[in-house]
Design a protein around this ligand. Structure first.
Ligand code: BGC
Length: 386
């Protein structure tokens, strides 16, 4: 089934009707049949004019998990905005289980979803199911995370992932005064999930800035764990990050060595690191600089209380709006808006992308950024969604 087949007749590209007419001519249909068809087409067009414009168009939205805050918000915004635009939404969360996500996408195809929006768990594991989507003419938009090793992904909507890392790296550079030659400082790295391409962009954005300081000796990594294959955190799990950091503290900081900064790629990993520091009895004056990403609600409490130094805000409302715009464009047979045609090579093709802008967030600007903008409400020191 192609995307336009699932649209109410009045919304189908006009060429469909022309093609039908050509087929009829070729088959030499007798005049009475032609009149019948003309009446039928007129009736269908009249019906289409009175039918709700998009009532039949289903969009499948596959989110990875409900265990991390952001995907709940992404899923909720996508559903809300797509429904407001008149689409029917099939929304799934796959509990970070790859085979479940594949099954969820298969079900979306069976349920006649006309376009798929997918935030993958493992960007390299969807090739087979997406090949089916492609055969069925169902366009695929990769949401936030790139889908790799397949040509069956049409567009990618995300934030500038490299820039997220740059914001984190620049923050550490500035806080420690590295540009002015300060140091040496003890520094550790806790990166994201190796099956998520974003983890590489975040890491590279930060480490392209910070590695020269490791080379110059201004930053010292006592654990010796620097490369992404050793600093990654499977499934971005707070518990996994905490366990690794418990070991790092015990092995390298148990004799009073000062830990000056931790590059955490996101808030769930920062949460694990902060728990390890609390359990190890770190006091306020020993507390290191800690980065994050997402402005998750528990982390915002840590930012306000000084346990986390910053986060990167990626406004999921903006991303959802962009994706709804892409779905609308596809429905009209138009080209969705993109602003990057070079960065996201998925090993088969460079996926045309729209990159939203990530923003620095801290105790100094969170009120304007998150509260005044209606993203969260803050009540008795706690953050909630409105
Ligand atoms: C997202 C981050 C998020 C992480 C864990 C990444 O793909 O871009 O915003 O923190 O997944 O959910």
């Amino acid at each position: 089934m192609c995307f336009s087949d699932s649209l109410p007749c009045g919304d189908r590209p006009i060429c469909d009707f022309r093609q039908e007419c050509l087929n009829i001519k070729e088959k030499g249909v007798i005049p009475i049949m032609k009149r019948f068809l003309a009446v039928l087409v007129a009736m269908v067009m009249m019906l289409a004019m009175t039918a709700p414009a998009l009532a039949e168009v289903k969009v499948g939205v596959a989110m990875p998990t409900q265990s991390l805050q952001r995907w709940n918000q992404d899923g909720a915004y996508m559903k809300e905005k797509l429904e407001a635009a008149g689409y029917e939404v099939v929304l799934t969360y796959s509990d970070n289980d790859v085979s479940r996500q594949v099954a969820d996408i298969e079900n979306m195809l069976t349920a006649d979803c006309a376009v798929l929006v997918i935030a993958s768990i493992d960007g390299g594991s969807l090739g087979t199911v997406l090949a089916t989507a492609k055969e069925m003419g169902v366009p695929v938009i990769a949401y936030d995370r790139l889908i790799v090793d397949t040509d069956a992904v049409d567009y990618y909507a995300t934030f500038d992932n490299y820039q997220v890392g740059v914001i984190q790296g620049s923050f550490i550079e500035e806080k420690l005064g590295l540009k002015d030659g300060a140091g040496p400082f003890n520094f550790e790295i806790v990166a994201g999930s190796p099956d998520d391409t974003n983890a590489f962009y975040f890491y590279n954005g930060a480490m392209d800035l910070l590695k020269p300081y490791i080379e110059s000796g201004q930053l010292v990594v006592p654990s010796g764990q620097i490369d992404l294959d050793v600093v990654g955190t499977l499934a971005w799990s707070s518990a996994t990050a905490q366990e690794r950091f418990d070991n790092i503290i015990a092995a390298n900081y148990a004799q009073g060595e000062k830990l000056d900064a931790v590059l955490c790629s996101n808030d769930s990993t920062a949460f694990g690191v902060i728990t390890a520091l609390i359990n190890a009895g770190y006091s306020e004056d020993q507390w290191p600089v800690i980065t994050g990403q997402d402005c998750d609600m528990p982390n915002m409490q840590y930012i306000v209380s000084g346990k986390q130094s910053m986060s990167v805000f990626k406004d999921t409302r903006t991303l959802a709006e962009k994706v709804v715009g892409m779905v609308d464009a596809l429905k009209k047979g138009a080209e969705p808006e993109i602003n990057d045609t070079t960065t996201y090579d998925n090993n088969v093709k460079v996926v045309p992308s729209f990159l939203c802008t990530p923003v620095f967030g801290s105790a100094d600007n969170y009120v304007e950024l998150l509260i005044d903008s209606g993203y969260y409400i803050e009540e008795n020191g706690e953050f909630k969604t409105p």
